[in-house]
Design a protein around this ligand. Structure first.
Ligand SMILES: [Ca+2]
Length: 141
């Protein structure tokens, strides 16, 4: 579980983004194991696009995947979702485009945020606050 203060800035897929400190320690192979761009890994059909008006935002989704896989409490999920928004906005800011296109992309970024806030619970690994084990496990605590 990653708290607000655990998110630090680094370079990933050519963008300056925020991720939990553990993310930056992973090798490319380890990152590939827990990330798959935008959309849930468990979805039979991935209907979530990796782009916003042609701009690839999958780097921000990879970090979000990592945080969801780490899991935690409700507040950890909210922090993960907030940093998805922060990172999508970072990618938009750091990409060359005119203000009209930036405005369209910023609006879409907000929609991404509330989509994961409202519908992301199934993909997030909620952990028991007492022992940090997954809530479904019978032998917890
Ligand atoms: Ca994903």
């Amino acid at each position: 579980m990653s708290k607000l203060k655990d998110y630090i800035k680094g370079k990933y897929k050519k963008y300056e983004l925020f991720a939990p400190s553990e993310f930056w320690d992973l090798t490319d192979e380890e990152k590939a194991e827990v990330t798959n761009g935008c959309g849930a890994a468990s979805a039979a059909i991935d209907f979530v696009p990796d782009t916003i008006y042609g701009l690839d935002i999958s780097a921000s989704c990879d970090i979000h995947d990592f945080s969801y896989n780490e899991g935690g409490l409700e507040e950890d999920k909210f922090i993960a979702d907030l940093f998805l928004l922060v990172n999508v906005l970072q990618i938009i800011r750091q990409s060359p485009s005119n203000n009209f296109m930036k405005t369209l992309r910023y609006s879409r970024a907000i929609k991404y945020f509330y989509a994961v806030d409202f519908f992301g619970d199934d993909a997030f690994r909620f952990l028991d606050p007492e022992c940090e084990a997954e809530l479904e496990e019978e032998d917890c605590c």
